[in-house]
Design a protein around this ligand. Structure first.
Ligand code: KG4
Ligand code: ZN
Length: 477
């Protein structure tokens, strides 16, 4: 989290200073900067007590000086510099500054790149600016700019009706979700017809509350986004009609978002994605390894040949007479389980997956034990199923990264909430920048559709009012 630097973290900052700058700031200077400098503020990004990055700004009415920005060595090139930069800019804007100014060593290509990506331009070169004779670029960014455009996003692909308002800088104005899970749980799974009816009942109120909670008028919205696919066709249609009506009536551009891109891009609420990027998408309908070269190029390099992993979780839970959705139940039971039952490891060539053999093996095992009069230990069965299923995900993801080296790995989709999968990801992918979505973002919501829509808006990818919803749309298009 980024907050004002605390005195107790000064030792760490002093250490980063020494390893980053020719003229490092010493402890006394830093301490004075915190306690005595009325125009200066140092902000630090601290995770688990470790100072990862910090930045110092001096505020002078409509001007401000960015006097320092540094990232701890082992955390460089992972987006922390960008995260800090974004924070500093928004702090300066918040204080009403119109200009941000800085000097940078002309030889520091990394820093210059970061500043240029954030809209800084070189005004002039200062000769012999540094003690060692190096020159400096004088750079400036104008902070007053047109407001970030706001998007109203709607999600209705399965059993959540949701609406959110978000802007291009990922500021969230509102996010409203209602789940139908309690109703579907009575039937042991999502009944498409029931889902569509419930979306129809909910959608207007949900959109209304999202707009109300955002404290905006519909005219403050620059575009309307909705999930165009994949999903249940009846459910998709409800969101599509709502979005199209708003777009038509208020004359706004319309964005048709791929649901799984939403699951991937919501990770940007944590930090910027780095490309090339590998996404392991695990949900109720999909199990895919997606190689992403940039925000417009998605390639499926591995997929399930039969059941999706979430579907397998749900079916196995049903065999054990447990409630829908089965994922969270199995996750919980498996935590008490021990190695006891043997289940076959799926054998599939290459980067593809298969879970139906495993699911059937669970069914056979239950039948066999029942006919032998042996009570099933649900904890142990959940454990056995989960270990085999999740290890196959890990194994294929490792293979994928060997074949397609990437800068970052993200986990996406409903099954990303699984505690054991998160543990295994953390254990197995220590040498790549790994991004796991916080639990609150794993289940379907409209914020994720908004996060993806930001990219569609920047790339001017709109759809027409007669666009068809696509229940089995591929992420590649
Ligand atoms: O992404 P999602 O909300 O809907 C789809 O787009 O499919 O994913 C729902 C799936 C369900 O199959 C559910 O059982 C599974 O995610 N799930 C879990 C967990 N929480 C949800 N699976 C395993 N462990 C969990 N903790
Ligand atoms: Zn989903």
């Amino acid at each position: 989290m980024i907050a004002l630097l605390k005195m107790e973290d000064l030792d760490q900052v002093e250490e980063i200073e020494k390893s980053s700058f020719v003229n490092p700031w010493n402890r006394q200077y830093l301490a004075k900067e915190i306690s005595d400098n009325e125009i200066g503020e140092i902000y630090a990004d601290v995770e688990d007590g470790v100072v990862i990055a910090y930045g110092d700004i001096w505020y002078m009415f409509e001007n401000c000086d960015l006097t320092r920005i540094a990232v701890r060595e082992e955390y460089r090139h992972k987006g922390y510099g960008q995260k800090m930069m974004k924070h500093l800019i928004s702090m300066a804007k918040g204080r009403g500054c119109e200009f941000m100014h800085l000097e940078v060593n002309v030889n520091n290509a990394d820093a210059i790149g970061l500043y240029e990506r954030n809209g800084f331009e070189t005004m002039r070169t200062r000769r012999n600016y540094y003690e060692n004779g190096d020159d400096a670029f004088d750079m400036l960014r104008i902070l007053v700019e047109p407001e970030a455009r706001k998007i109203l996003a709607i999600e209705s692909s399965c059993d959540e009706t949701a609406c959110a308002v978000i802007d291009e800088d990922l500021n969230v104005y509102s996010s409203v979700v209602t789940s139908q899970i309690d109703v579907h749980a009575r039937f042991g799974g999502v009944i498409p017809e029931v889902a569509s009816r419930m979306h129809v009942e909910q959608i207007s109120t949900i959109v209304r509350s999202a707009v109300d909670q955002a404290h905006i008028g519909i005219n403050d919205i620059s575009a309307i986004a909705y999930t165009i696919g994949p999903g249940l066709i009846g459910s998709l249609h409800v969101g599509a009609i709502a979005a199209k009506s708003l777009a038509f009536f208020y004359d706004k551009p319309l964005i048709g978002v791929h649901h799984l891109k939403g699951h991937i891009f919501i990770n940007e609420m944590i930090r910027p994605l780095q490309y090339p990027l590998m996404a392991l998408v695990v949900s109720g309908g999909h199990t895919e390894l997606v190689y992403i070269e940039n925000d417009q190029s998605f390639k499926i390099i591995g997929t399930t040949l039969d059941d999706a992993i979430g579907e397998a979780y749900d079916k196995v839970a049903r065999v054990m007479n447990e409630a829908y959705p089965g994922g969270p139940v199995i996750d919980r039971l498996a935590r008490q389980g021990r190695p006891h039952y043997q289940l076959p490891t799926p054998k599939v060539e290459g980067l593809d997956f298969s879970f139906s053999g495993l699911k059937n093996a669970v069914l056979q095992l239950v039948k066999k034990e029942e006919s032998a009069g042996n009570p099933i230990d649900k904890n142990d069965l959940a454990y056995a199923f989960q270990e085999v299923a999740l290890h196959s995900l890990i194994k294929k993801t490792k293979m994928a990264l060997e074949q397609y080296p990437c800068k970052m790995l993200v986990l996406a989709g409903g099954v990303a909430a699984n505690s054991r999968l998160r543990e295994l990801m953390n254990e197995n992918f220590t040498d790549i920048d790994l991004l796991l979505p916080p639990l609150k973002y794993c289940t379907d919501n409209a914020l994720m559709i908004g996060c993806a829509a930001v990219h569609y808006l920047k790339n001017k990818k709109f759809v027409e009012l007669d666009a068809a919803s696509e229940p089995s749309m591929s992420i590649e298009y």
